[in-house]
Ligand binder design. Structure first.
Ligand code: CA
Length: 233
């Protein structure tokens, strides 16, 4: 029998919590529910779930505090659930070690996709996009790390070294959002904080890889937060 993954669902609104729980259960996950931050921390410690879905608006404490507390001892994947317009809260959560976020109200397929991505990353499994020989393929986009070649629809794309580094960083975190600060630190080091430079490079990358740079399908903008390379297009 297949070992079912255990998800800790932290949500204080019973209606939402029960609905999500039903959906997850019917998708073959085991679910434990917590309504309060205090209970969430206790259950995370006692049950060692495979993933935590953490609403940031909780009655007894700030979800950010719950995140910090759990992160102080555990690398369990945590997806935070945040309200629309709370971009600063999302960035803060990501900087404090959340793996991703999802914005309320969200669709079920979006939620399930996020969960699959995090579980895959945390288990370090190779998905079908990642061949063992160091390649990523998503839609018409091919990245070959060994040959350092990027192709779109079988045509080689000429990227600057910085553009190549950015696309590799995003592709190695495929499906996950990366914050502006994180990308800038990874690419330029800790001494530059130049959002403009990243934007310019991203515009150039999109001009080279996207059929319609104004409506990118490979690398999407997460407004106020950062960029995400999609693992399905
Ligand atoms: Ca709430």
């Amino acid at each position: 029998m297949k070992h079912k993954l255990l998800i800790l669902l932290v949500e204080d609104e019973a209606g939402i919590s029960n609905f999500i729980s039903t959906v997850l259960t019917s998708n073959d996950y085991n679910v434990i529910q917590a309504e309060k931050g205090k209970d969430a921390i206790a259950l995370a410690a006692s049950h060692s779930p495979d993933l935590i879905l953490l609403d940031l608006g909780l009655p007894d404490m700030d979800g950010i505090q719950v995140l910090e507390k759990i992160r102080s001892w555990s690398n369990i994947p945590i997806i935070v659930v945040s309200a629309r317009g709370h971009e600063r809260e999302k960035v803060e959560a990501l900087d404090l070690g959340a793996d991703d976020y999802i914005t309320k109200p969200f669709g079920i397929s979006e939620l399930l996709a996020r969960i699959r991505t995090e579980v895959r990353h945390s288990q370090n499994l190779q998905d079908e996009n990642h061949a063992a020989d160091g390649k990523v393929k998503v839609g018409g986009l091919d990245i070959d790390y060994d040959k350092r070649i990027v192709k779109v629809d079988n045509k080689e794309v000429h990227l600057t070294p910085i553009e190549y580094k950015i696309i590799v960083l995003l592709s190695k975190n495929i499906g996950k959002v990366l914050t502006h600060d994180y990308i800038i630190k990874e690419i330029w080091g800790p001494f530059i904080n130049e959002n403009q430079t990243l934007r310019v490079n991203m515009a150039n990358i999109r001009r080279k890889i996207e059929a319609n740079p104004a409506e990118p399908k490979y690398i999407v903008t997460e407004v106020g937060v950062g960029y995400r390379m999609m693992d399905e297009v």
